[in-house]
Design a protein. Sequence first.
Length: 279
Amino acid sequence: MRSLNCLILASVLLILSCKSKAPEYTEVSQGVKYKYLKFGEGEQISTNKSILLYLSVLDMKGDTLHFVPDYPYFIRVSNRPIDSVLLKLGEGDSAHIHCSRAIFNDYLKFYQPLQADTGEVDLRISVKEVMDSTEASRRKQELLSERELDEQLQLKGYLSSLRDSIDYTDGIYRMITERTNGKVLRYGDQVSISYKGKFLNGYVFDDTEDKGVSPTFRYGEDYQLIEGVESGLKGMREGESVKIILPSRRAFGEEGSLAGIVPPYTAVIFEIKILKIDK
């Protein structure tokens, strides 16, 4: 009897040992694997369905490459490598997806991940709803209308919280935070700047210091700057710093930024320092 008990115990320990060595992620296609975080009880995702999900993108050090707070993404599921994971999920599920950065950049073209095409990324996703394409279009338009109203309320609240004096001109709000007697910026000048782009809640979506770059451009030329920033730099001097607050109509508008980092109907803040002006 004792021998039988020992045999059973040994078998249990062997099973537990095997389980502890099992891979944390399940590979579903080359370069793509996933693990569940939470199981839902809703509709299973299938090809050509649209899903509403929340997501963030991290590099393998755990640093955030892309995250827009409380913003839902609508994705139509097909047969791409990352879709092979989504087809295993359902409404209410949450998961981590681990894949090559190149595969992700081909799937969703977000600004920060696109800065490189090598290495790997970790996606943290939460599937909220599964629907057909017609319903997805309707829901997306509904959410856009809500965002348009929310933007106005958030901007009004943010401006009322400012204690410093702020100028309003040409549809933008501007606060010069550092003044100098340097050269005045004029159309046609070549100018180098550093800047930080933020949402009203303080989340930083772009920072030249983090990227180690100082953008240089010719002031006043088309497609060099978004329109609201160009207006906000008018009359600035070399060495000065400015805080420019832009409603979406003077920034990225009803469609958001091309690289996906700034959602539609989102007011943004640019904190800019003019490093050098060449006449």
